[in-house]
Write a protein that binds this ligand. Structure first.
Ligand code: AP5
Length: 214
């Protein structure tokens, strides 16, 4: 089962992708997490990506596509995967289609988690992320058991640099300009499904399971 999660920044793609990965036993591949892990490890890729991420801009396709193609070619992806944050531009989607077509495969589902812009800024200002293990929380809807400490690994949880309100506005503008066209792209392929992301996260997940099948 090969799945793409679409949606604005903060729509809940990552939250749902992790739940899908757990239920269907497929890898969760988040380009944002890969860039943040590289930054933490001090790699050249991480440093380059940070220049764009901190401004709310997309990392260039040239740095992103090979990384994902390499990842989905690994053994653990042979029964499927859930992509979170990729593709984000039409050229990225075309590169993905071309890579899969070379091995006679195609994506099965694109799931758009739909949340209006006005809900997004609130969500992002309350999000807290663990930069060590990638777990995400929300100070109101999913608080950590101990304030400021990751439930999973015990490291501090923080407001991501790109979750500052002015950067969130920029990310939203970039989303509408460069990523939203993918909704029509996947509608054209007949694999687009839309779920409302303003429901409680268990209900969003239930709607996704109904699309994917139990
Ligand atoms: P990335 O990390 O992918 O960020 P994003 O797409 O902006 O998405 P987010 O992680 O911010 O949000 P999400 O939709 O996963 O929401 P979440 O589940 O956390 O990318 C960061 C940057 O990396 C980009 O800006 C770009 O620079 C670069 N990048 C990454 N991929 C790239 C690519 N392919 N090409 C170029 N550049 C790329 O939820 C958000 C909050 O809401 C959380 O606190 C959560 O707990 C809460 N929440 C979730 N669901 C619900 C619900 N149903 N109700 C209430 N609260 C909820």
């Amino acid at each position: 089962m090969k799945i793409i999660m679409l949606g604005a920044p903060g729509a809940g793609k990552g939250t749902q992708a992790k739940m899908i990965a757990d239920k269907y036993h497929i890898p969760h591949i988040s380009t944002g997490d890969i860039f943040r892990a590289n930054l933490k490890a001090g790699t050249e890729l991480g440093m380059k990506a940070k220049e764009y991420m901190d401004q709310g801009l997309l990392v260039p396709d040239a740095l992103t596509c090979d990384l994902v193609m390499d990842r989905i070619g690994q053994d653990d992806c042979k029964d499927g995967f859930v992509l979170d944050g990729f593709p984000r531009t039409i050229p990225q989607a075309e590169a993905l289609d071309a890579a899969l077509s070379n091995i006679n495969q195609k994506m099965d589902y694109a799931i758009d988690v739909d949340v209006p812009d006005e809900n997004i800024v609130n969500r992002m200002s309350g999000r807290r992320a663990c930069l060590n293990c990638g777990a995400t929380y929300h100070i109101v809807s999913i608080p950590t058991k101990v304030e400021g400490v990751c439930d999973r690994c015990g490291n501090p949880v923080v407001l991501r640099d790109d979750d500052q309100p002015e950067t969130v506005q920029k990310r939203l503008a970039v989303y509408h300009e460069q990523t939203q066209p993918l909704i029509d792209y996947y509608k054209g392929q007949g694999i687009l499904n839309t779920v409302s992301g303003t429901q409680p996260m268990e209900d969003v997940f239930q709607a996704i399971v109904e699309i994917l099948g139990a």
